[in-house]
Design a protein around this ligand. Structure first.
Ligand SMILES: *Cc1c(COP(=O)(O)O)cnc(C)c1O
Length: 389
């Protein structure tokens, strides 16, 4: 076993060596611009992009022509929300989302509000699930889009996506889902799930950073978006700019591996996650944040009463890489807005730790994490004058 142990796979994942292998030729020998129409360098790059488009589409049950490559999920989210708002705002400017979305969704919604959108932020229950009836109740004649994440990055809660999308369909409202944490981990199918727009990111599924995609439904209904990046008309005019061919090849390879190994990966990470969780819940006054029944296989978020998570993370940081929540908001002194949205008081939010088990974690690592985290919890509690467990 090698130290430090990486257990923050919801923030990012290491590249699978097979992904790196697939990417390498596209930095050197096959360096062509995929838009070069008059030579073999361009054709080779274009063919590699075509294959990647098929691989991404296959993972989510889409057609290759419905995949728009972006620099990651954040850009895909911006294109989906802002692009739909600009396209349909004459029809209506109302967007519905939830309080536990990733900042990429929430900040884009705030921006849209500044530009004239009206956004409803639907609360979730104590386990982080949104009630589809609450979505339905919020729909108005001016509603154009509903945005609900597939699975949450902090607590792993999976949303009732098919139920929500069915409501959207009935009311003629587009449905967008940020599936960045779900794809490659659980079965996602844009048709079975009734999804019109979907964002995903390579670096959350053992691919490279700086590559992602937006799925844009082409039939029943055909979704139209106003582009957010101009110049050259790449990606059907929806996202101009020379394609990141190595990154896209990596994303494609990551999706192909993810599809092939989904069951094995999911079984393995769930086994390790459950082992970790069962052991840590032996500690007094430790409890799960999230939805035990509807949850990503590798994620658990645990609160340890009487322990400040920052102190615990520091204490174990030489040997174990963990976090208290989203990488984008960690480092801030505010408690997690996701945990607050689940109804946790500040104190409980401040004592919560996120564990993200991934494809490359081993049982030996989990045993070590259990030992070190348990010791740290016990020690920090013994130093806490207010702890009387
Ligand atoms: C990581 C993440 C994002 C942002 O993805 P990037 O590719 O890093 O921009 C968006 N949504 C969720 C749920 C995420 O976990």
């Amino acid at each position: 076993m090698q130290l430090p142990i990486y257990l923050d796979n919801n923030a990012t994942t290491p590249c699978d060596p097979r992904v790196v292998e697939a990417m390498l030729p596209y930095f050197t020998r096959q360096f062509g611009n995929a838009a070069s129409r008059h030579h073999v360098f361009g054709w080779a790059a274009d063919a590699a992009v075509d294959l990647a488009r098929e691989q991404v589409a296959a993972l989510i049950g889409a057609e290759p022509g419905e995949i728009i490559f972006t620099s990651g999920a954040t850009e895909a989210i911006n294109l989906a929300l802002q692009g739909a708002f600009e396209m349909y705002r004459t029809k209506g400017a109302h967007i519905i989302t939830t309080t536990i979305e990733h900042k990429a969704v929430l900040d884009t919604c705030h921006r849209a509000e500044k530009l004239g959108a009206e956004v409803s932020y639907i609360p979730v229950n104590q386990t982080g699930r949104v009630n589809p009836a609450d979505i339905e109740a919020a729909i108005k004649p001016t509603t154009i889009l509903v945005a609900v994440m597939y699975a949450n990055n902090e607590v792993g809660t999976i949303q009732p996506i098919a139920d929500i999308s069915a409501i959207c369909r009935q009311h003629g409202v587009l449905f967008f889902t940020d599936a960045t944490q779900a794809v490659g981990k659980i079965a996602v199918d844009v048709n079975k799930d009734g999804i019109d727009l979907l964002s995903l990111s390579a670096h959350k599924l053992y691919g490279p950073k700086g590559a992602g995609a937006l799925y844009v439904r082409r039939k029943g209904p055909r979704v139209r978006l106003v582009p957010q990046v101009y110049g050259g008309g790449h990606e059907k005019g929806l996202r101009s700019g020379t394609l990141n061919v190595p990154g896209i090849v990596g994303l494609g390879a990551a999706c192909a591996i993810g599809l092939k190994q989904m069951e094995a990966d999911s079984n393995n990470t769930k086994l390790l996650r459950d082992k970790l969780e069962d052991a840590l819940l032996q500690l007094p006054q430790a409890a799960i944040n999230g939805d035990a029944a509807n949850r990503l296989p590798g994620t658990t978020n645990i609160r340890f009463a009487g322990v400040e998570s920052e102190g615990l993370l520091m204490k174990v940081s030489k040997e174990i890489a963990l976090s208290s929540g989203s990488a984008c908001t960690s480092g801030s002194i505010e408690p997690s807005y996701v945990l607050k949205a689940l109804g946790l008081p500040d104190e409980a939010a401040y004592s919560s730790i996120r564990f993200g088990v991934g494809r490359f974690n081993t049982e030996e690592e989990i045993n070590h994490v259990v030992k070190k985290v348990s010791e740290a919890v016990i020690e920090l509690r013994s130093l806490n004058p207010f702890w009387e467990g």
